[in-house]
Design a protein. Structure first.
Lengths: 282, 372
């Protein structure tokens, strides 16, 4: 009897939880859905029936032709992609190594250093915009992608180190010691034993790092607004005017901008599913 | 293959001393087992030999080389962990070959060594599996294989059987014993299980509280424990202890009175000034038998009866409140609440002074001696 009640309670709880999650998913996805369907409609259709699907009458690719033909879309695209990928690579490498050092080696100031790095999570980097701009100008890096990469690396590192340190703590001590007894050097232990084991964490960090960078408008606007250095989010702004906004072009370029980040996400999210250390230790 | 020498090894974590000067000689090809209760320092000592812990003071020699400051990889050791510690993302083959590959050894040589180890451990069919696809016993064999392929001077085992179930533990224990016969290698093995220690070891090192209590062959420890601790730790069920008073001391003879028993003359060399003092008498359950046939008798009420089939353990409560275990034959019909008499030969007795040190036994009968 009591079993039945528990099961019923579980079921109703599951329904509630899934209901909430589904609602949230809809709320989050609907604007993107609107962006994509309206990108394929004529200008009039966008305003007349913004919620409707494109049909034979309203279907139009004018936004895409405008974006691809009349703007440097491929340049914006290339800039965003370069900045994101290079930043992810640097953040992952540096953060993983820092996390390994913080979690594995005992040295004076270990805890203080970990705290110092964690504080970066709580302080928004935009607060330092003015000094960052000054610094970049002094370094002569204004209007370069390097400036963006540097700032994004600084922005991404604290959270990445924090997450990876936690994951590295979970790797059984025996495994590292077994490797040491096995004659494996410290660098090799890190790259050949530890990194493969924390792949899910690395993928998580990659996703956390890449999305704000891809979507960022602020730093491209102040650090690299020049011709040929604009990222997608900044490039799209040219279609948004004070009086007239070219909605076809804006929606088309936003739709296109979703594709690469979606691909990167799919690559990383496959790693998220894999188990952490199954079979390593009992 | 090599010998191992520990000279006054001390280890402390901050102000806490965990090893208080360990001296030990392990000969080439010897199977040495460190045994002791949790926290006695046996694992720490093994990790010091492996190079995973620093030595606070003292010298550690492997094959004549001082290795105090050498890293594990330069010591010529291989270690098998309780948790197996296999690389989960590598197949069995790669797990065993990993260390060798990094040593930049010849591919064919690596392959030959891995296959040889796999043959010895019957892992041939499993080389392409990952650790997650193996059972506990198979994983432990892979961990042992990973140690074998390194052809180390000394094998170190850290409680390798603790994670296995009882049946598998016995089987793997036999395999380790066979392996030692086959490889003739020096092995240092840590366990808290005295049965493993007794069955595997050439030499047992009993540790307690960061000190070595006694070093000896299994039979030496069983028949001639030098301290009360060793006497209580080795043997299952544990030795019975009860307090007795020394009534009379003669050369090679001592008379004690047992509570609820008759005064007994025991063959021990005891100093005159022990006269009248309380000492501890120890007798193993298997040396006691029902009836009053022996020189040493106890009477007590049966508290608990445990029937194991081949034998029956009777737990007696003596007049002074001490408990005594007696191993009776399997067909014994003794019931709870009965008062019985059990006795042992005087040669089976052990006597320990107030500090837990054993008194020397004289004219030890062959059945109670480790001499062959």
């Amino acid at each position: 009897m009591s079993f039945k009640n528990i099961r019923r309670e579980d079921a109703s709880r599951a329904v509630i939880v899934h209901g909430i999650l589904l609602t949230y998913t809809l709320v989050a996805l609907y604007p993107i859905f609107l962006v994509v369907i309206n990108a394929f409609k004529t200008r009039k259709a966008i305003f007349r029936d913004p919620m409707g699907f494109p049909n034979a009458e309203t279907f139009s690719l004018e936004g895409f032709t405008k974006v691809l033909a009349k703007s440097n879309f491929e340049v914006f695209f290339y800039n965003s992609f370069t900045v994101t990928v290079i930043t992810i690579a640097i953040v992952l490498l540096l953060a993983a190594m820092a996390a390994w050092a913080l979690s594995e080696y005992k040295f004076p100031g270990n805890t203080v250093l970990a705290l110092y790095l964690a504080i970066g999570i709580m302080v928004p980097i935009r607060l330092g915009s003015v000094s960052i701009l000054n610094l970049i100008v002094d370094l002569g890096l204004i209007n370069t992608l390097t400036a963006l990469v540097l700032v994004y690396v600084a922005q991404g590192l604290p959270l990445a180190i924090f997450i990876l340190t936690e994951f590295m703590h979970q790797i059984p001590k025996d495994l590292k010691e077994a490797a040491r007894c096995d004659g494996v050097g410290e660098f090799k232990i890190f790259f050949a034993v530890i990194l493969p084991l924390i792949r899910p964490a690395v993928a998580t960090v990659a996703v956390f790092t890449m999305i704000p960078i891809w979507n960022d408008l602020w730093f491209p606007l102040i650090l690299a607004p020049g011709d040929g250095k604009q990222t997608i989010t900044l490039g799209v702004q040219q279609f948004i005017g004070q009086y007239v906004t070219d909605w076809n072009a804006v929606l088309a370029s936003l739709s296109l901008a979703i594709i690469p980040i979606l691909i990167l996400y799919l690559i990383f999210s496959r790693q998220l599913i894999r188990g952490l250390t199954s079979g390593a230790v009992k | 293959m090599a010998d191992l020498k520990l000279d006054q090894i001390h280890k402390s974590y901050g102000a806490v001393d965990v090893l208080h000067g360990i001296d030990l000689d392990v000969k080439d090809g010897e199977f040495v087992v460190f045994v002791g209760p949790s926290g006695c320092g046996k694992s720490t000592l093994l990790r010091i030999i492996a190079g995973l812990e620093d030595i606070t003071s003292g010298d550690l020699m492997i094959d004549g080389d001082l290795v105090n400051t050498k890293s594990p990889r330069d010591r010529g050791i291989a270690m098998v962990f309780q948790s197996y510690a296999l690389y989960p993302h590598m197949t069995v083959y790669k797990n065993m070959a990993f260390g060798l590959k990094l040593d930049k050894q010849d591919k064919a040589a690596i392959d030959a060594r891995v296959r040889e180890a796999a043959r010895i451990l019957q892992l041939d069919q499993l080389l392409d599996r990952r650790p997650s696809e193996l059972s506990g016993g198979q994983r432990q064999r892979v961990a042992i294989g990973r140690a074998i392929v390194r052809q180390p001077k000394v094998f170190l085992f850290d409680e390798p059987l603790s994670n296995l179930d009882a049946a598998l533990r016995v089987q793997t224990r036999l395999e380790i014993a066979k392996l030692h016969q086959e490889l003739k290698s020096t092995i240092v093995y840590v366990t808290h299980d005295q049965v493993e220690a007794m069955t595997l070891a050439d030499k047992i090192v009993v540790m307690n509280g960061g000190n070595v209590e006694q070093v000896g062959s299994p039979m030496q420890l069983y028949h001639h424990p030098q301290t009360r601790f060793v006497a209580g730790f080795i043997g299952s069920p544990a030795m019975n202890f009860t307090n007795v008073r020394i009534d009379k001391v003669e050369p090679g003879k001592v008379t004690v009175s047992i509570p609820g028993g008759t005064p007994s003359v025991l063959p021990f060399d005891v100093d005159q000034n022990e006269l009248g003092k309380q000492v501890e008498l120890g007798i193993r359950p298997e040396h006691l038998s029902l009836g009053d046939g022996g020189e040493l008798t106890v009477h007590g009420e049966v508290d608990v009866v445990e029937k194991l089939g081949d034998s029956t353990y009777l737990y007696l409560k003596l007049a002074n409140g001490d408990h005594v275990t007696v191993r009776a034959p399997g067909h014994s019909r003794v019931k709870i609440g009965e008062t019985v008499t059990a006795s042992a030969s005087a040669g089976a007795a052990h006597l320990f002074n107030g500090n837990g040190k054993a008194f020397a036994k004289v004219d030890c009968p062959a059945e109670y001696s480790a001499d062959e």
